[in-house]
Write a protein that binds this ligand. Sequence first.
Ligand SMILES: NC(=O)c1ccc[n+]([C@@H]2O[C@H](COP(=O)([O-])OP(=O)(O)OC[C@H]3O[C@@H](n4cnc5c(N)ncnc54)[C@H](O)[C@@H]3O)[C@@H](O)[C@H]2O)c1
Length: 727
Amino acid sequence: MIYSGKAIAVQATDGGIAELCFDLKDESVNKFNALTLNELKEAIAAIAADSSLKGVVVTSGKPVFIVGADITEFATQFGGSEDETAEKILKINLDIFNAFEDLPMPTVAAINGIALGGGLEMGLVCDYRVMSDTARIGLPETKLGIIPGYGGTTRLPRLIGADNAIEWIASGKEQKAEQALKFGAVDAVVAPELLREAAMSLLQQCIDGKLDYKAKRREKQEPLKLNQVEAMMVFETAKGFIAGKAGPHYPAPVTAIKVMQKAAGMSRDDALREEARGIAKMSGTLAAKNLIGLFLSDQVLAKSGKSLAKKARKVERAAVLGAGIMGGGIAYQSALKGTPIVMKDIAQAGIDLGLAEASKLLSKQVERGRMSVAEMAGVLNKIHPSLSYDGFENVDVVVEAIVENPKVKHAVLAETESQIRDDAILASNTSTISITHLAEPLKRPENFCGMHFFNPVHRMPLVEIIRGEKTGDEAVARTVAYALAMGKKPIVVNDCPGFLVNRILSPYIGAFMGLVRRGVDFTLIDKVMERFGWPMGPAYLCDVVGIDTGVHAGAVMAEGFPERMKYDFKTSHEVMYENDRLGQKNGRGYYAYETDKRGRPKKLVDKDVAALLAPIIDGDETLDDETIVDSMMIPMCLEAVRCLEDGIAASATDVDLSLIYGIGFPPFRGGALHYVDDFGVDKFVARADELAAATGPLKAMYLPTEKLRAMAASGDTFFGTAASGRK
Ligand SMILES: NC(=O)c1ccc[n+]([C@@H]2O[C@H](COP(=O)([O-])OP(=O)(O)OC[C@H]3O[C@@H](n4cnc5c(N)ncnc54)[C@H](O)[C@@H]3O)[C@@H](O)[C@H]2O)c1
């Protein structure tokens, strides 16, 4: 044994070959944590000191190669000043990764499974890379708001060309073996069982002088082979394109390109210095802080979901009531992910529509080459359309997705309960009606809960699982298990009007209608909020959701929370509704809609709308962008605070993840409660009070809670300041 640690072992094999094997003790995956980096340094020194060695093969003792850096350690790694962080990262590169690359013998990586971030960068310091055909490689750092830091931006462009490296790094996408070989990121792809043998054979060819590993190594250490004109073409074009795609709030992809551009003419070590500066700079951005935080929160959520699901009986068969927009989507998603589902409607037309929608979505996947025709047929065969309750006696879960009417839902839920097994779970996809109220006619209310999907079901990750007063643990656990099986992100919440997400969204829409009333142009509000980071502004969002749906939901919220959500003025929504402007669904709402060449609705400003709104406008205020943002965001954030205080959500993290996954809250801002923390709780409270004084009839939705005032006074925050890096 040449070296033996808790993460790495180095053993001499036949013919003077050292096998450096990553196998992190007590963990299911290999990752670059401080321990592994330390051991790698020691292992390299041990290899360098052994003059009998002729080559090194790098392997993994786990099903993955190395998944990347240990993200839980980012806070410590990025905790210092920008210069300190850059120095620290550069030192790791010089002392460890360069030391490995500079070993006086050939090196080969045997990539058996996932090699991402630091994992791929470990592969890149080897002279050759052999990859299993089932493995995947990539540099996903820009998705976390940072850039590769262990030589990725330095070595990858020198290996696969600047244009390809830009694409890989800016997109952060995982690459399959076929792609990796095509672009030259790896030298051979073999079946998993042949990987070791292939890596050994390649290494032997280097040792025997049949392959010039030194020349191969030099390629990664010299400046990029691009002349000035080529370099300008590649980098400048990419910067423009990627900046447009990523948008101003996500600076990492463009920074990675800038680093590659600046380092193009540099030697390896100078390029690495540039890279270290780039990652240090990015690590201090709001996007990095919040995207890294989001990644970690997401892991916590996944873990708690899985542990809940473990306690429940697996859902082998499901049913959905209603084959409309939502029911059709639920049936499609369930079948796609492998759970057969009975789709019941009262009208054949409904069923036809549900099936047509599923076929349309599946055909798109076939067109894009993501699915074969046979697989598509397999999925469709898992949807069993029905006009009766046939098959309901065998299902483990029924999701109700019929019309949003409490009386009809009561009757249908009670009827369904009589058709299913005593231990089957009934879940309602209602968007507004109290789960406790819906449970009233049921004989087994403990087997009933809410399962609130977002539209469109196949695209929106969140499912709120709502616990009513009488909902039992098995109902929650099994519904969570089913949502997970459908590839969704379930978050368990308590019952209240609007549940968690729509309750928080409601004052945001109220604030919008308040601004319109004060004479602020709604197209300006949309533009400002889109610049803030929302995928669409509030007026456009309401058009997409449907003005009728908005009016209906607004009435429920007004009844539930009259002090904050009942408005004593005629709203712009009411004006739209009265004028049959229902939004995208009938081609006119706040905007008018046309169908573009690709058949998609295109939004246009409709001059008629200003005239329609004129009678309800009471003012002609010109507000600056910051006031518009604060006027919109503060009521939303305050409702998020109230939901946490009222125990509707179990944690601040649940609140923020729900908003990101349910309504596209800008991920780089981390969610409403992260936003309050980043604003500064004391400053947020002061600004809320200021706006409350200026807002007239909407004052109540701008007033901070007493607990939030206490937090502001004591300097407390929702997430702690040091949790995710430099502020
Ligand atoms: N559309 C959304 O954006 C959205 C989002 C989340 C939740 N929801 C909720 O989902 C539910 C369904 O909404 P939708 O938009 O899909 O409505 P929809 O009108 O598109 O579909 C409802 C379907 O239910 C069928 N139906 C009516 N009574 C039935 C019965 N007794 N048995 C079986 N089928 C019956 C109708 O024929 C229709 O096909 C509502 O509770 C709604 O609030 C909707």
